[in-house]
Design a protein around this ligand. Structure first.
Ligand SMILES: NC(=O)c1ccc[n+]([C@@H]2O[C@H](COP(=O)([O-])OP(=O)(O)OC[C@H]3O[C@@H](n4cnc5c(N)ncnc54)[C@H](OP(=O)(O)O)[C@@H]3O)[C@@H](O)[C@H]2O)c1
Length: 248
């Protein structure tokens, strides 16, 4: 019996690139997103199974988990590759924008995790990979909601990894740097080490399938640089941030 995955956000960008990798490696893959067309296109080109879903609708998420488990028998792997991103002017903290981003990126993940953990406990095994970002390593300027939501997602995954090990459920975090997708097409600032989505999809598939490590992060040089900045004493850290915010 082939391995089965559910990739949320699987219709585009990093999620779609991962779906193509998984299908090429023999997996049966269910994909979700709000728009029907990209899901349908990937279903036709790569034999993925589309389930239209908005992660802000908890009842729909619970129904979809049941439906996928019934259709494909078990869910070995769930990848949450969903996000809302809005370019934010430094010094603005618009509540509605914050609510939209957190509701999709963080609470959206929680709406999925709750029924998925129940399903995986029933099966007796499973793996959950949350796509966060290097933007979650520390509070980045120009992305208060996105960066703090991704930071919370990393913390959440750390807690879950510890707590769910005894249930035979493995939890991982994926932290990409800049990847060329619809999401980053909105950006009006420099994006160092920008990577193609297909390459990101391969890095994630290799990390998930060929290792058991908690964090899958890339590109390596950018990740190491950011981790080093995160370790700096605050006076140095804020001096770096000040230079970053001055760049355009
Ligand atoms: N691109 C980067 O540089 C980068 C870097 C670090 C981390 N990431 C993370 O990588 C993940 C994928 O992003 P991406 O760059 O591949 O951008 P993307 O192509 O825009 O992917 C985001 C996906 O989320 C889905 N989505 C958004 N809101 C949704 C909702 N309410 N319900 C269900 N699905 C929803 C979108 O599909 P629909 O619009 O059809 O719903 C889309 O397929 C995100 O978690 C992002 O934060 C990206």
């Amino acid at each position: 019996m082939s391995k089965t995955a559910w990739v949320l956000g699987g219709g585009s960008g990093i999620g779609a690139a991962l779906v193509k990798e998984l299908v090429a490696r023999g997996w049966t893959v269910a994909i979700s997103g709000r728009r029907t067309e990209p899901l349908q296109a990937l279903a036709e080109s790569h034999d993925a199974r589309p389930y239209r879903l908005d992660v802000t609708d908890f009842d729909a998420v619970k129904d979809t988990v049941k439906q996928i488990a019934a259709d494909i028998g078990k869910i070995d792997l769930v990848v949450f590759s969903v996000a809302a991103w809005e370019v934010t002017k430094p010094g603005t903290y618009d509540y509605e924008s914050f609510r939209r981003i957190i509701d999709t990126n963080l609470l959206g993940a929680m709406r999925v995790i709750d029924p998925v953990v129940a399903q995986m406990r029933k099966q007796g095994f499973g793996e959950i990979a949350l796509v966060a970002s290097v933007a979650g390593y520390f509070g980045l300027p120009r992305s208060a909601a996105y960066s703090s939501g991704k930071s919370a997602m990393i913390t959440l995954a750390e807690t879950m990894r510890t707590e769910l090990a005894s249930d035979n459920i493995s939890v991982r975090i994926v932290c990409p740097g800049f990847v060329k997708t619809d999401l980053t097409a909105k950006n009006d600032f420099p994006m160092p080490f920008l990577m193609e989505a297909d390459k990101a999809g391969k890095r994630i598939a290799d990390g998930l399938l060929n290792s058991k490590r908690f964090e899958i992060a890339f590109p390596t040089r950018f990740v190491l640089l950011l981790k080093l900045i995160g370790l700096m004493p605050y006076p140095i850290f804020f001096a770096i941030m000040k230079r970053l915010i001055a760049r355009k």
